[in-house]
Write a protein that binds this ligand. Structure first.
Ligand code: SAH
Length: 281
């Protein structure tokens, strides 16, 4: 008898609250026979589980969990691998594919894989802060467990000098405390001391905390394993406790009037956008 093709459902659960889990993620959990994930994340979806077998929740090692997930899928089972946020952002998706590549996996004949997107911390934390990532932004993980610190420092430097809004993931843990201080030092070389920094801890979970700090005083606030720090760019402002990064509309539009000086047909002309590439020709 031909064996059933196994399936890996790599699921991002979003920040934590049940209503922030996508419909597809919810259905995928329902379709699965086996759930693999870290205890904390299994707890987040406990009320969605029916007959699923929970495997490896005690495994703290991501590699063992990914290998176990692949092993179960090769047995023909439908396996849900769960990550917080988005599984493709410092989550399990890449590792699952890496383990499969090691086995010379063929997507056409081997186990099926579906990566199901979730709301990543950069998005959930930004929403709680206001609108800080309205303009070009990037994510940088400060964890140097797998990435050389020199590479991380170079990326912080590049993002800081290019005026990106920066979401810092994994800013600090019990043992890793120097990285955030070093990142702050690099950032201060390029951005003013009063640059807004939003510190969001446990977004959409029971102990949610949202703090508005500045680049200068950010380390005086509590930062932990469940904190994402969003560093504003040179235009980011704070208004009534909200962190807002202007997109640039004010360059062209009057935001306090119903009357616009530029009529619709004039707005895309080079004269109306002297800062554009087109105006340089
Ligand atoms: N895949 C996850 C990131 C995992 S890395 C995602 O897409 O969001 C772990 C880091 O994510 C933490 O150190 C923290 O910076 C961030 N994080 C995860 N959940 C969070 C939450 N509920 N609130 C704030 N930050 C969170």
């Amino acid at each position: 008898m031909e064996q059933k093709r196994g399936k890996l459902l790599v699921i991002g659960l979003g920040p934590g609250a049940a209503e922030q889990i996508t419909e597809r993620a919810r259905r995928a959990i329902g379709e699965s026979e086996v759930i693999i994930g870290y205890n904390t994340y299994v707890d987040l979806i406990r009320n969605l589980l029916t007959t699923q077998e929970i495997v490896g929740s005690g495994m703290t090692e991501e590699v063992s969990r990914a290998q176990e997930a692949v092993r179960q899928a090769y047995l023909g089972r439908t396996v849900a691998v769960i990550s917080s946020g988005d599984a493709g952002v410092y989550g399990m998706a890449g590792l699952i594919y890496e383990v499969l590549m090691e086995k010379s996996w063929n997507p056409l004949e081997g186990v099926q894989v579906e990566v199901i997107p979730g709301i990543s911390s950069i998005n959930s934390c930004a929403a709680l802060l206001g609108a800080p990532i309205m303009h070009d932004a990037c994510t940088i993980s400060l964890s140097d467990h797998l990435t050389p610190w020199d590479t991380i420092a170079k990326r912080v430097e590049a993002a800081a000098s290019a005026d990106f809004v920066i979401a810092l993931y994994n800013p600090k843990s019990g043992r890793r405390t120097r990285q955030i201080a070093e990142a702050q030092r690099i950032l201060l070389r390029h951005r003013s001391a009063d640059t807004p920094v939003g510190l969001v801890t446990s977004a959409y979970r029971d102990r949610q905390r949202v703090v508005l700090a500045t680049l200068a005083d950010m380390l005086e606030h509590e930062i932990g394993m469940l904190t994402t720090a969003i560093v504003g760019n040179s235009s980011t402002v704070v208004y009534n406790g909200l962190m807002i990064t202007p997109r640039g509309y004010q360059r062209k539009y009057a935001l306090d009037s119903d009357e616009q000086t530029l009529k619709p047909g004039e707005r895309l002309k080079a004269e109306a956008e002297p800062w554009s590439l087109g105006a340089k020709e």
